[in-house]
Design a protein around this ligand. Structure first.
Ligand code: MLT
Length: 407
């Protein structure tokens, strides 16, 4: 008789964002005629820019002509797109070989799948709070015991708190895989070069591997802050980096991302080149490459004009972030993030449990956000508001909070 993967049974409630959507639908069903403002999931709302639309159209047109038609392509992505990505890293001062770049259908699948090439006994350390995919994919991968008080047995939680500026201290004890995200989802904190260096040095010393999620890198406007972990010397020996076009170009529904696996990366039983080769093996077996039409759109994003337009898109969402943060601070609420990241991380009034605040905000103000506890135990007492939204909706949401939120 077939049996199911028992590790799924360890997962708690549904995945965070569908759970929020479920609660929102149930509120709407109970309150006919009411509309809500959605600042929960970081879902882009503004249209694709003209250059990107033209790139996608061109991708379609190429398929309409036998001379330019392509079927299956390289599972790693088209050479043109990988070369364009390598040029982006060159601007960050980082040289990458195109064979180190793996184009994919987004950062979420890559950040979930990457654990599958590592040993089941590897000990995983994560920032707490963090993007729930890192935790759930390792639970499914069988690296944890059960859950108690919001923590899975076997995972090493690295608290990111007000006291440490939302960047963790080095983990104690042996760890093998370390997930870092900067700009951070959910706290909006951005790691400095020095902070990343402490982790790179630690990982190199211990033979650990860092999985660095840089999905929000283009939201960094402060040029002193690193936009890739490879700005740190030695990072190619120990770090995998994941990137995304979702938020920078409005590709949340179009789907395009990439993962960098440097050839220099090694670990206990894999010499330089072997980890890169294993990810290639994984991708060529489990994935047939991102859509050729979409990759054409990706090339347009990375063109000079595309970068100019996507920069304006990012600036639009960052202006939303400032509006949210300013309005909350005017109410005396302590806020973090929103400067170099599209998320505002607010303290719940009076330290209220974050799911209680979720219900309060929904009921009183008709605003949906994301409870900090959904990102891990250290997220309790915090609440995330996303800056992705039409300006009018963001303004309406903050007006509603200012007028209706009771203390
Ligand atoms: C978020 O809201 O944390 C993200 O939009 C979710 C995602 O990118 O998958």
């Amino acid at each position: 008789m077939a049996k199911l993967n028992p590790h799924y049974g360890k997962l708690g409630a549904g995945y965070l964002f569908p759970e929020i959507a479920k609660r929102t639908h149930s509120f709407l069903a109970d309150h006919p005629g009411v509309s809500v403002m959605r600042l929960g999931i970081g879902n882009t709302t503004e249209p694709l820019t003209p250059t990107v639309v033209a790139g996608l159209h061109e991708g379609v047109d190429r398929l309409a002509d036998a001379a330019s038609y392509t079927g299956y392509g390289d599972e790693q992505g088209t050479l043109a797109l990988r070369e364009a990505l390598a040029r982006r890293y060159e601007e960050y001062g980082v040289a990458l070989d195109v064979d180190e770049i793996f184009v994919s259908d987004g950062a979420k699948p890559d950040s979930a799948n990457i654990q599958s090439i590592f040993d089941q006994d590897d000990v995983v350390a994560l920032q707490d709070p963090c993007y729930p995919v890192y935790v759930d994919s390792n639970v499914i991968g069988g690296r944890t015991g059960g859950e108690a008080d919001g923590q899975y047995e076997g995972l090493v939680y690295m608290p990111c708190t007000e006291d440490n500026g939302f960047f963790p201290a080095l983990p104690e004890g042996d760890v093998d895989l370390i997930y870092l995200c900067s700009p951070n989802n959910p706290t909006g904190a951005v790691a400095t070069l020095g902070q990343l260096k402490t982790f790179v040095d630690f990982a190199r010393e211990r033979g650990a591997v860092i999985i660095f999620d840089a999905a929000y890198a283009t939201f960094i406007s402060d040029r002193r802050l690193p936009r890739t972990i490879y700005e740190v010397e030695g990072a190619k020996d120990c770090a995998i980096e994941i990137g995304s076009f979702s938020k920078e170009a409005g590709f949340t529904g179009v789907r395009l991302g990439w993962t960098i696996v440097p050839k220099a990366l090694s670990c206990e039983d894999a010499s330089a080149g072997a980890v890169n080769g294993l990810w290639l093996r994984r991708q060529t077996t489990m994935f047939n490459g991102a859509s050729n039409i979409v990759q054409h759109g990706g090339l347009a994003i990375l063109s000079e004009q595309g970068q100019q337009e996507c920069g304006e898109l990012v600036a639009y969402y960052m202006a939303n972030a400032k509006i949210i943060r300013k309005a909350l601070e005017a109410l005396g609420i302590t806020c973090y993030g929103g400067d170099n990241a599209p998320y505002v991380w607010m303290k719940t009034p009076g330290g209220m449990p974050s799911w209680t605040f979720f219900d309060k905000l929904l009921n009183e103000c008709h605003v949906v956000g994301t409870p900090g506890a959904g990102f891990g135990p250290s997220g309790e007492g915090y609440f995330r508001l996303s800056a992705f939204g039409h300006r009018a909706d963001i303004e309406e949401a903050v007006r509603s909070i200012q007028e209706k939120l009771t203390s």
